[in-house]
Design a binder for this molecule. Structure first.
Ligand SMILES: [Zn+2]
Length: 248
């Protein structure tokens, strides 16, 4: 089901405990020289729509929230961004009317690195008020981390930015939004001694030209495989959340 294509009497009839609200969240931010700024929104929307197509009777898909927390990209321009605090409030406000309307199972499906901590804090804020609900959040690449890593050909096996993964999926979904002649690898500058450390740096400080990873290896064929893996794993998680006993 698509929330935004239904009427209020239709939505009233949907079982609050028997369905799961799937809320894709994304961003509009610079994606190096070769990808359109809408990339994260295109990708997580495709994963979420793929999940809804597989489970049309038990998933209530929301429209993708494209406004993300992207201040770490601002120095490149081409970025729309909420501050971290506003983004946490935004996610709480996105879900609160749904929770007040009785929906029991919610999954925030994220497509943007800058939203990871904000979505987790939003659910931590909501949980004490809605203890009897299932409140989940994940980035699609984390759900499918093992599958994506096995499919990647480049040295980086985890999601980067405008990387082998994102560029491949955009070649599969929206090749018109990929400037192929501008694709250049942007190898991450990693210091093995710092493993485990969170360094607060912006993308200008972290990258050469706004990417993290190896987009020169991208192909549309791999993009389809990445997307299929992300959809399959998200479906598996949604099915498990639908089976899961509601907390007391
Ligand atoms: Zn992003």
């Amino acid at each position: 089901m698509k929330f935004h294509e239904m009427t209020f009497p239709e939505l009233r009839l949907v079982s609050r405990a028997g369905a799961l609200v799937l809320a894709p969240i994304a961003a509009v931010e610079q994606h190096s020289r070769h990808l359109a700024v809408l990339t994260d929104t295109v990708l997580v929307s495709a994963v979420a729509e793929g999940v809804e197509r597989r489970l049309p009777d038990s998933v209530v898909l929301l429209p993708t929230l494209w406004f993300g927390a992207s201040h770490h990209h601002l120095r490149f321009g081409a970025t729309l961004s909420a501050t971290v605090d506003v983004h946490i409030d935004l996610l709480c406000d996105l879900l609160t009317p749904l929770l007040d309307d009785g929906w029991q199972r919610v999954l925030l499906l994220n497509g943007h690195g800058g939203n990871i901590d904000t979505m987790q804090i939003a659910l931590r804020r909501l949980q004490p008020r809605y203890r009897d609900r299932i409140l989940g959040a994940a980035s699609y690449w984390d759900l499918a981390a093992a599958e994506l890593s096995a499919l990647a050909e480049g040295p980086r096996k985890t999601m980067g930015h405008a990387c082998e993964f994102e560029t491949s999926m955009m070649l599969a979904l929206r090749p018109d939004l990929v400037r192929r002649d501008q694709i250049r690898d942007d190898p991450p500058r990693e210091d093995a001694a710092l493993r485990g450390l969170y360094l607060a740096e912006d993308m200008k400080q972290r990258t050469d030209h706004g990417a993290v990873g190896y987009p020169e290896l991208a192909t549309a064929e791999k993009g389809l495989a990445f997307l299929a893996a992300a959809v399959a794993r998200t479906v598996e998680v949604v099915e498990a959340l639908l089976r899961r006993k509601l907390p007391e």
